[in-house]
Design a protein. Structure first.
Length: 418
């Protein structure tokens, strides 16, 4: 909008200027009005775009004595001060205002004012640009920014809460893992104790069997050495008498009676039998010692005390033979054992664990057969067979006992079930 003030010649020139086609078809509002000393403004002329912005006819605008009555300005006094400064300095002034339209439509106008001093006073030329859409867009963008900031703030709070919750969950999980690790250690300790108890029970059974096995050789060893003691005493007495006679023979040749008496005494003491029996007693004692040594060595090989938790080469056939020696007390009165041991390579395993399995199976078979109370002339049978198929080594143990009760078949692989 361009405004003008005073003097008919200038008004006439302004009217001619605004009637030019360039201004009439401009989208911006152009006007000339007279600026009075009291701050009121009287419109001298304008183009059709300004009338359209104001929402009125051009004739209605020109008929108004004071145009500021239909303009909504933030502060007229401040604006007038700025305009007066522009008059004094000759520089343009830019401000925003809104038309008070009859239809109530919102609008925002950016106005550039150019003061011109003439001989009769001051004219004010203005160009008005409708920035309503721009302001609406700015307001929309401001609202969007504020909304985005609120959403970001809200989401940030949610993330902070989620992070705090995740930290609490992580802490709880850490505590749970620690509790589980502690429970697992307790469980392993309990399992180790149970396994140790089972081993001690097996050791107790083995000790009982070993005691029984050793009693026999120790018994006849003790009897043999008792007999050896008496025989040696006899030889000792006899040798004493021989020496005494020998000492007399050296002094005299007349000892026929004494020699005859010694010969009779040798016959009465069965000296020839004793001499032969001594060697037999020694042979039997040697065999007893060998038997004890075999049992002890079998126990040592069976237990594998030094390699209980190490994977080592393992001779299945040899270990079966060793285990049978150890378990002999369990089956000898109830069953006889038939073995069919094939040609096997060594396998790698923990020897003590496999030996424990073999021992348990043989003892279980013996106990199952014993529970049938078979006649002494009809002993049970335990069969042990091994073979190799170029890929795997196999060991099969079977017996002719009563078998496993049907109710227990589903439980045989449950831990600690027996």
């Amino acid at each position: 909008m361009i405004g003008i003030q005073n003097q008919p010649p200038e008004e006439e020139a302004a009217n001619k200027l605004l009637n030019h086609a360039v201004f009439q078809y401009m989208r911006d509002g152009v006007a000339v009005y007279r600026f009075r000393s009291d701050g009121t403004r009287h419109l001298l002329d304008c183009n059709s775009s300004l009338a359209r912005m104001a929402g009125r006819r051009k004739e209605d605008l020109l008929s108004l004595d004071n145009l500021t009555e239909i303009q909504d300005r933030e502060s007229t006094s401040v604006e007038d001060t700025h305009i007066q400064q522009c008059f004094n300095s000759g520089t343009p002034y830019i401000n925003n205002f809104s038309w008070i339209r009859p239809d109530g439509q919102d609008n925002v106008i950016e106005s550039q004012s150019f003061p011109v001093t003439t001989e009769q006073g001051i004219l004010l030329y203005t160009i008005d640009h409708d920035i309503t859409e721009q302001k609406h867009f700015e307001q929309f963008m401001r609202q969007m920014r504020e909304s985005l900031e609120r959403r970001v703030k809200s989401r940030t709070l949610e993330l902070v809460k989620a992070h705090e919750q995740s930290e609490r969950v992580a802490c709880k999980l850490t505590e749970t893992v620690s509790e589980l690790e502690l429970a697992n250690r307790h469980l392993k300790t309990a399992q180790s104790q149970i396994v140790m108890q089972e081993k001690l029970a097996s050791v107790g059974q083995l000790a009982s069997g070993i005691s029984h096995e050793l009693n026999s050789p120790i018994g006849f060893l003790a009897g043999n050495f008792e007999a050896l003691t008496k025989n040696v005493e006899i030889f000792t007495h006899l040798m004493d008498e021989y020496r005494e006679i020998l000492s007399k023979v050296k002094k005299s040749e007349a000892f026929d009676d004494e020699i005859s008496a010694l010969e009779e005494k040798e016959q009465g003491l069965h000296l020839d039998f004793i001499r032969g029996d001594i060697m037999q007693l020694f042979d039997e004692s040697r065999e007893g010692f060998k038997r004890i040594s075999t049992i002890i060595n079998s126990m040592r090989e069976f237990s594998h005390i030094d390699t209980q938790e190490h994977i080592l080469p393992y001779d299945i056939n040899h270990e079966i033979t060793t285990t049978l020696v150890i378990a002999r007390h369990a089956y000898k009165n109830y069953a006889w054992v038939q073995t069919d041991l094939g040609d096997l390579p060594e396998v790698r395993c923990i020897p003590g664990q496999i030996n424990q399995v073999l021992l348990n199976l043989i003892i279980n078979s013996s106990q199952a057969i014993a529970s049938m109370h078979r006649a002494s002339d009809d002993p049970g049978l335990i069969q042990i067979k091994t073979w190799y198929d170029e890929t795997n080594a196999y060991c099969e143990i079977r017996d002719n006992g009563p078998g496993i009760a049907e109710d227990n078949l589903s439980k045989i692989f449950d831990p600690f079930f027996t």
